[in-house]
Design a protein around this ligand. Structure first.
Ligand code: C5P
Length: 313
């Protein structure tokens, strides 16, 4: 039986701006995404039957079609029925290290790894663009998780333009294990409160979407100016998540008190992160936040920016 092991890294958002609503009721976004080396391990194996079997030891990870990794395998079965008959089903094991429902695209990364893994198992020879088109049908973050690195993501989040690598920058991440924020809730609440600020016509949507490419943050990324990148971190969803979740707000304040580069919430939260210019600085920050908040429910991680998404090991 053939098998592959894949690394599926987490992402953070250096910039997340909501600029409008789309005909499909999703939001039109302008984001800058960054892969970090906090990662899950995903094993895929051929099965002699046509089943999809999912294993995961994490209590909050479902093992049926409510899991995006399972749906990724279903999508491949639908799209490539001949390969399914020839090569059989797939047995998937998720080894979770990325916190769940954290704003770190852990579920999207697992789905991305399943697409890449089945492409290899079934010897389909799909291109990265083919895989990203399939990924976009599963979730807005899946296409970015396939390619990874540093990139602008527009549209629903699925239109990816790569940026120069920021590999090596350190980041400290914090998340309360028992705290989860629903992404649909965050976007719906944002829409209720801020819809009056949305771009009202297609021209102004396109204009706001294009502005990022020549914006200050992209210039700072091109120059690898970590101090400036830290100052320019931005996330619209903080406006709804922080007031509704005082614990996240306090955690963010604690990170900001000790960090000398920027601090921000990732995605729809509740993970908060601060940048650090060296491993030593990241470790100092890690210990300062740990000393200030000794609550064992708070998980802290030191990670590094990396320059690619899903990879085979
Ligand atoms: O695409 P995905 O399934 O990951 O999105 C999860 C939820 O986030 C959607 O159901 C929607 O509520 C919200 N969302 C949005 N606009 C986007 C991406 C996500 O409103 N561009």
């Amino acid at each position: 039986m053939k098998s592959y092991t894949l690394i599926a890294p987490a992402k953070i958002n250096l910039h997340l701006e909501i600029i409008g609503i789309r005909p499909d009721n999703y939001h039109e976004l302008v984001m800058i995404m960054q892969t970090v080396d906090l990662a899950d391990r995903v094993e895929v194996k051929s099965l002699s039957t046509d089943e999809i079997i999912l294993h995961c030891g994490h209590p909050n990870v479902p093992l049926d079609e409510t899991n995006l990794a399972y749906r990724a395998a279903q999508l491949m079965q639908q799209e490539f029925p001949d390969a399914l008959i020839e090569s059989g089903g797939v047995d998937i094991t998720l080894h979770k290290h990325i916190p769940v429902a954290a704003g770190l695209a852990g579920g999207s990364g697992n789905a991305a790894a399943v697409l890449v893994g089945i492409d290899l198992l079934w010897e389909l020879g799909l291109t990265q663009i083919d895989l990203q088109k399939l990924g976009a049908r599963l979730g807005s973050d899946v296409p970015f998780c396939i390619s990874g690195g540093t990139a602008i993501a527009t549209g629903r989040g699925e239109a990816i333009s790569p940026l120069p690598s920021l590999e090596g920058i350190y980041v400290v991440l914090g998340k309360y294990q028992s705290l989860e924020v629903s992404t649909p809730w965050a976007y719906t609440t944002y829409r209720h409160e801020f819809e009056h600020q949305y771009a009202q016509d297609l021209d102004s949507l396109a204009d706001r979407s294009h502005r990022i490419h020549s914006g200050d943050l992209v210039r700072a990324i091109v120059a690898t100016d970590t101090v400036k990148i830290g100052k320019l971190l931005y996330n619209d969803l903080e406006k709804v998540v922080l007031p509704a979740y005082p614990l996240v707000s306090q955690l963010r304040a604690e990170f900001q008190r000790h960090a000398n580069l920027g601090t921000m919430m990732s995605g729809s939260g509740p993970t908060v992160f601060s940048l650090a210019s060296s491993r030593a600085q990241a470790e100092v920050l890690y210990h300062q936040v740990r000393a200030a908040i000794p609550d064992p429910d708070l998980e802290l991680f030191v990670a590094q920016f990396c320059d690619r998404g899903v990879r085979v090991i």
